[in-house]
Design a protein around this ligand. Structure first.
Ligand code: NDP
Length: 328
């Protein structure tokens, strides 16, 4: 039998954690031949809830689940981690200033970055889901100087999947026949879902849609504000779709993108497309052999340039703010 892969999940007792853990344990993260050991991190008051989830995981008798450890100490939870899913974060509450939010999250992601630095496996891959995800990933990365920077990523795959679905509805083409869609920038309301390089059933998506009004006033805002629309409709934030996107992100990173397609991941910028180096910003990426590459050489038109720049400016401001707080 193969050695189990250690998967650490933070905020394991939360909503997304509840939707995520069962799919990891049933083999959807790493495939049907890879046993996993779950290492759950929670804050002390939520340990009991995490125990409850672990009891349910036991009750599923998943053949691939080789064990579950629960801790409130990041040094324990990240010990030997091969995959780290950073889901737990401090949500913005009413009346909270952005600086307070960044500071509260710094208190979470800085020690977690250090624990990853000191204890995770050499091949660790990190995905940050907890918001503000891009900047939380930046904080964790800065606290982990011994881990290659490119292992720290943040999630825009849910935005990517939302965009695929909206484009499919508009064109009547199934999502399986849509390729090369891109989310650029920050996982926030400024994100830019780009269909200018996308293909629907082999045709250029922007040409197939031929409706700039729809693109600017419906598609982009619908994708960017989908989270709020779900809270409004469901009375709770998106959890199953967020968990699904986290699974997709890691699965694609490990198993590769199909030939001729790409996906969206927020990764440390190498300066591509004018995004300042080091910012964790979403790009079109291909993956192979457990590594990703930013797709190079795409033409960025005026419409896209303005929107990418706006989102990147927001990321730059978040970086300045956490720098001023001494978090990076
Ligand atoms: P959720 O599980 O619903 O969400 C967790 C995080 O994911 C939030 O920051 C949320 O951001 C973010 N997120 C990213 N994308 C999405 C999306 N598309 N839809 C919804 N959320 C998204 O939160 P819960 O409050 O249910 O659970 C959080 C858990 O984390 C709690 O159990 C808490 O105890 C724990 N926690 C653990 C920590 C640790 O392990 N050290 C530290 C802090 C908290 P947003 O709120 O902006 O939507």
């Amino acid at each position: 039998p193969r050695t189990p892969v250690n998967v650490t999940v933070t905020g394991a007792a939360g909503q997304i954690g509840y939707a995520l853990l069962f799919r990891i344990a049933s083999g959807h993260l790493l495939g049907p031949d890879t046993p996993v050991r779950l290492r759950l991190l929670e804050i002390t008051p939520a340990l009991s809830a995490a125990e409850g989830t672990a009891m349910e995981l036991d009750d599923c008798a998943f053949p691939l689940l080789s064990g579950i450890d629960i801790s409130d100490d990041p040094n324990v939870a990240f010990d030997g981690a091969n995959v780290a899913l950073l889901v737990g974060a401090r949500p913005r509450t009413k009346g909270m200033e952005r600086g307070d939010l960044l500071e509260a999250n710094g208190g979470i992601f800085k020690p977690q970055g250090k624990a990853i630095n000191d204890h995770a496996a050499d091949d660790v891959k990190v995905l940050v889901v907890g918001n503000p995800a891009n900047t939380n990933a930046l904080i964790a990365r800065a606290a982990a100087p011994d881990v290659p920077a490119e292992r720290f990523t943040a999630m825009t795959r849910l935005d990517h999947n939302r965009a695929l679905s909206q484009l499919s509805k508009k064109t009547g083409v199934p999502v399986s026949e849509i390729r090369r869609l891109t989310i650029w920038g920050n996982h926030s309301a400024t994100q830019y879902p780009d269909i200018f390089h996308a293909e629907v059933a082999g045709k250029n998506a922007a040409e197939a849609v031929a409706d700039e009004q729809w693109l600017a006033n419906e598609f982009i805002p619908t994708v960017a504000k989908r989270g709020a629309a779900i809270i409004e409709a469901r009375g709770a934030s998106s959890a199953a779709s967020a968990a699904n996107a986290a699974i997709d992100h890691v699965h694609t990173w490990v198993n590769g993108t199909p030939d001729g397609d790409w996906t969206s991941m927020a990764v440390p910028s190498d300066g591509s497309y004018g995004v300042p180096e080091g910012l964790i910003s979403s790009f079109p990426v291909t993956t192979a052999g457990g590594e990703y590459r930013i797709v190079q050489g795409l033409d960025v038109n005026e419409f896209s340039r303005t929107r990418i720049d706006a989102s990147v400016t927001e990321l730059t401001e978040e970086r300045e703010a956490v720098r001023a707080l001494g978090l990076i």
